[in-house]
Design a protein around this ligand. Structure first.
Ligand code: MG
Length: 206
């Protein structure tokens, strides 16, 4: 499937219980070196997984979070917009962050289940462990302890955790040799100011 520049793209997220509880409507930017680039403008209304009492997931420890029943809250995206880069066949996405003053901040590698592509976008599941990169060839793990917690409470098995870490290490090597999409110049990209905010369809969780 080819994605038209400017069209709406949906990134949808399954919760640990297998229910779709998160979604972000995005604007297609284009494909470069095997990654589809999409834009999440500031203030876009997204569906976010929350605890069933309405508190954010990070209001409790990771261990408690995995055991807690979840719900969905509609919330505007806070801060600067992000570019979300989706590989055609790999278990991660890459998010480029800018600071409020417009300067480039860094690349966040969100490890997640290999995407299921459909005519609306992708469906995936967050894999807890992430990578953060602020300068070319430098990276660090983020939330390693939470993956350990996920194993302890049975949300991830040891072998799944090993696969997740292996995917993280594979992307870390891409950072170390500074290959695409990191070297593609996305940090200098700016959105078309005439684009309206993408809208989450009412049936986003269907
Ligand atoms: Mg993550």
């Amino acid at each position: 499937m080819t994605w038209q520049e400017g069209s709406t793209f949906l990134a949808r997220y399954e919760s640990v219980d297998g229910v779709l509880r998160g979604a972000r409507p995005l604007r297609v930017v284009g494909e470069r070196n095997g990654y589809l680039a999409t834009w999440l403008p500031p203030r876009t209304i997204c569906a976010n997984p929350v605890l069933d009492d309405g508190r954010p997931l990070r209001a409790v420890t990771a261990r408690e979070r995995f055991a807690h029943t979840r719900a969905t809250a509609m919330q505007p995206w806070r801060g600067e917009g992000i570019l979300m880069l989706f590989p055609r066949a790999a278990a991660h996405s890459i998010w480029t962050f800018w600071k409020d003053d417009g300067s480039f901040w860094g690349w966040y590698v969100n490890l997640e289940r290999r995407h299921t592509w459909d005519d609306r976008g992708v469906v995936t599941r967050d894999h807890v462990l992430d990578l953060w990169c602020e300068r070319p060839r430098e990276w660090k793990w983020k939330d390693e302890d939470e993956l350990e917690d996920a194993i302890e409470v049975g949300v991830a098995s040891e072998s799944q955790a090993a696969e997740i870490r292996a995917e993280g290490e594979r992307v870390a090597r891409m950072i170390e040799v500074w290959e695409p999409p990191f070297s593609d110049g996305w940090e200098n990209w700016r959105p078309d100011p005439s684009w309206p905010l993408p809208v989450l369809p009412a049936d986003w969780n269907a």
